[in-house]
Design a protein around this ligand. Structure first.
Ligand code: DD3
Length: 334
């Protein structure tokens, strides 16, 4: 089980590295690391089934496709495409040269063009989930959100049994902790099995510009599912993540602690305790008040009340099609 998943991680890595290679030379000050190499998708063919989501503002497209149809019944894949952010140096270089242009309008001092940048400047980040499960397909479709109020009792009676009934794979997390995937991407590690963690760039960040800096700290200790499991016992771990994580990001990227948002999600997207580090200027998804809990405040809450997160009501938004929402509604009805 561990092997194919680790391999999947490796393929994803190779794709990211290929993008890095694309800007090599043009951008000496790149914050990227790792070696470059061409890659292939882990499947052949892609017959579009559905546009799961699209956003003109975010320049993203989430696609569901049938793949590997020439060898058997075919399988499902999700491909997430995202136009990558501009890098000032590269764009300045492009404009100084003789870029390929098509005039769209010219009026007084104003003119507008369609510009065709060279391939190395028109990068598209492609994130692949393959094979994709029904859960993956559901997760990426657009849905209305609904607030729920989860008391400590609701967590025990509704949420926890629901989570335990799900077979949510976090193999990719174990691959990182076991150095079977992304080992060369690790920025910092505190190896203590109880209070240590690994800090590395999140999949969402290509490490090419600091504007959208996004790292995650994944704790070594297994079995802490989320914020709800935290007690005063975990304070040393949380303080390590806060202090050492910020220090490592300052060392590596020159971004100080006063320019970072350090927080946990509730609900998280995977149930192994992790902490998000994002650039303050970057409005990453999941930074809203209904999901983000600042680590510094979590630490303080636990100092004041060791069982704060077992007792407090937590409010968050669930997708209309989330089975957990149905569980809450069924419990409210009975
Ligand atoms: C995930 C949440 C999870 C699809 C997508 C992302 N950071 C990851 C595998 C490796 C990673 C992450 C699940 C999955 Cl797009 C399904 O995220 C990851 N590696 N967030 C890193 N560094």
């Amino acid at each position: 089980m561990a092997e194919p998943a680790a391999q999947g991680g490796k393929r994803k890595r190779e794709e990211e590295e290929e993008e890095e290679e694309a800007v090599e030379g043009a951008e000496a000050a790149s914050v990227g690391n790792g070696t470059a190499g061409p890659a292939r998708f882990p499947f052949t063919g892609f017959r579009l089934q559905k546009v799961l989501r699209e956003s003109a503002r975010d320049k993203t497209l989430f696609l569901h496709g049938k793949v590997n149809e020439s060898s058997g019944d075919g399988q499902d894949a999700v491909v997430i495409l995202e136009k990558t952010p501009f890098q000032v140096d590269e764009v300045a270089q492009l404009l100084a040269g003789n870029p390929e242009l098509r005039l769209r309008l010219s009026n007084d001092v104003y003119s507008n063009y369609q510009l065709a940048p060279p391939p190395q400047l028109s990068g598209v980040k492609a994130t692949v989930v393959f094979p994709a499960t029904a859960k993956h397909l559901q997760k990426y479709g657009r849905q209305e959100l609904h607030m729920v109020e989860e008391s400590g009792e609701d967590y025990t009676n509704i949420t926890l049994p629901y989570l335990e009934a799900q077979s949510l794979s976090i193999q990719w997390v174990y691959n990182i902790l076991d150095k079977k995937a992304e080992a060369e991407r690790i920025i910092y590690e505190n190896p203590d099995p109880s209070d240590g963690f690994i800090l590395l760039p999140d999949l969402k960040w290509d490490q090419k510009q600091l504007e959208d800096l996004y790292l995650i700290a994944i704790c070594h200790r297994r079995g802490i599912k989320s914020l709800r499991d935290l007690t005063a016992e975990h304070l040393p771990l949380l303080r390590n993540i806060q202090r050492e994580g910020q220090e490592a990001i300052l060392q590596r990227y020159g971004v100080g602690p006063d320019r970072l948002r350090v927080y946990l999600h509730y609900q998280p997207s995977y149930y192994h305790l992790h902490v998000h580090f994002t650039a303050l200027g970057h409005e990453a998804p999941g930074t809203g008040v209904e999901r983000a809990h600042l680590l510094a405040e979590v630490i303080e809450n636990l100092q004041l009340a060791p069982r704060h997160y077992q007792c407090r009501t937590l409010r968050y938004a669930l997708r209309a099609d989330d089975p957990l929402l149905a569980c809450f509604r069924a419990a409210a009805g009975s």
